[in-house]
Ligand binder design. Sequence first.
Ligand code: GLA
Length: 702
Amino acid sequence: MIRYLADRKSWILEDTVAYAFGLTPSGLLVHTYFGAPLPHEADYPLPADFPIPVPFSGTDENSGEEYPAWGGFRFIEPCLKADFPDGARDIRLSYNNHTIEGNQLSIMLEDIDRSVGVKLVYRISRSVVERYAIITNNGREAILLEQVLSGALTLPDAADYRLTYLSGRWGAETQLQRSMLGKATHVMESRRGHTSHSANPWCALDPDGASTEERGPVYAINLAYSGNWKTVVQSTPVGQVRIASGIHSFDFSWTLAEGASFETPKFLLTFSDEGFGGASRNMHAYIRNNVLPLGHRNELRPVLYNSWEATAFDVTADNQMRLAEIAAEIGVELFVIDDGWFGARNSDNAGLGDWVVNRTKFPDGLDAVSKRVHELGMKFGLWVEPEMVNPDSDLHRRHPEWAYRYPERTSSQMRNQLVLNFGRPDVQEFAIGFMNRLLDETAIDFIKWDMNRVITEAAGLDLPADRQKETWTRHVQGLYRVIERVRTSHPSVWFEDCSGGGGRIDPGILGFYDQAWISDNTDAFDRLFIQEGYSFGYPANTMVAWVTSEHSFLGRRRLPLAYRFHSAMAGVLGIGDDVSRWSDTEKTQAKGLVALYKEIRPIVQQGSQYRILPPGTGSLAAVLYVAGDLSEGVLFTYLNRNHYGNPLPILRLPGFQKDRLYEVESGDGPAQTMSGRALHLVGIRLNLREEYESAIIRIRAK
Ligand code: GLA
């Protein structure tokens, strides 16, 4: 899988894709190839210095370095920039040695005369290459790191590239965006302390914008990090396209003491020549098989009920039990009490930080509730927000110094709350302590872990003033440490990631949480867009979606119950409506749909996803999931508009076994029999008529 070709001074990582790089005659470590594996070693390009001198530029910045450190003629985005105590500010890396241990390649680089080492670590897992860097100070004085990215990738020459990325805001996360690169530098970033609603570190590039959903070369990247990050896509003066990604350098610095190391988050790279669909499926498989926490990695996600939209902060034992009974009747498997169960939490004004059950609302404590939920045959879940505190809370009165703040200045509040300094070991111990206590004292099977504001005034570490810029990074390290410790003590508990909806979703957080709440927007039509964007980088078994009321709190339309279910059933199904208001007919319909979901869930959650018709293209939207053994598929279709009585577009369905025969349930007519090839080349036409009519079409091998 990983080879070193001494005569070519090249390293090749090969699996279902190949990634190659090597040393040029002048000693630069440069990228040489990323794409489909090549048959012969000699097929991989030789590492070469840029062939012609470019006045006012240099060989270094044009040769496609794997990990450029700032220094010399490098005006491109550097991966590494440091300050030395004597005022020198450049690093010149040269190759020292390498090791290959199983599926891990490490390349050791060193500065030419200062004792700074950079270890580049590479792994390949099927179609995904993981890269990260470890910077070590082997000298006798501390150095200041100003920028430490995870890595850089150089793309093959093309006239231009198209950038596909995700942007958004609260309630409208993961909106798909596309633009040609041209000659501008594109920066996608978060400076908000979490991954952010406004941008996500996933992005993809295709040469000349010519690739399609299922055809053509696509390079996609992601960054496993849940704090401030940036991805810089730029064209060098000679037209080479480079992508560098890592922890954001804005308001960042890190003092690297003598003997200390700094490890970057993982930079993930994939290639597919099966278009954007192929690149997405690569990332889905990787996140499912390599990233998600081991404990529940291969388990089907339960159908959940969440009380937030039904009861908001007015949770009581009585109203939760009423909801739980109906949820159980409908077929729900996990009942989650959201915000409002603890302290003086009657609104968002007070109580955050006081993680003790509110006895006025739950006179017999949480135990009684958990017991009843278990008797109803469901798992029991609870909402928490460990990184936060309301100023009006016992915790804040006890420890005002635990919230982020600048000395002698007031901190900004959002949703009446402040952020706890998770970089402080005492705050981490507090969070580990109360979470472990909560999980030890009550039979809780599931935690929804929220983070309902961004970070400001990032300071207050027990470190000198010139080290306060470490705060942003230490928050993320602290969070990862806390959740890791809590998970290790409670391996059977499920964890859901949330940050006011999808504000903190990335392959870093998904290493600790089993699934994610991807948006507070529960309008089933808007959701199709959010879910579409999400699916470019993340698998359906992490994508929690609730069925809420006919007229969602953000929506400007009424949607039928079936449509709301069909939208949510394309991910991890949940119900979030006030089910005590549902009629018997609605409950019966819901029960049938939950039962259907349980049948198709293995295909949705663990199969391969094909975006057949994006919701933005016109009347009809469609998404297909095909089982791993190709024996079955589930097609979700939604008629969102209907103009001029036009017939609906034909849906061509890839992904099935070409010469196998399948039975296609059409919804309202007799089943048809078609081969996998015909499903792809001929396709099917549906018979939906009404706006917001939807259907689930099952396709089963005969
Ligand atoms: C956030 C979450 C919601 C809900 C509320 C509770 O907004 O995204 O789902 O949990 O907090 O305050």
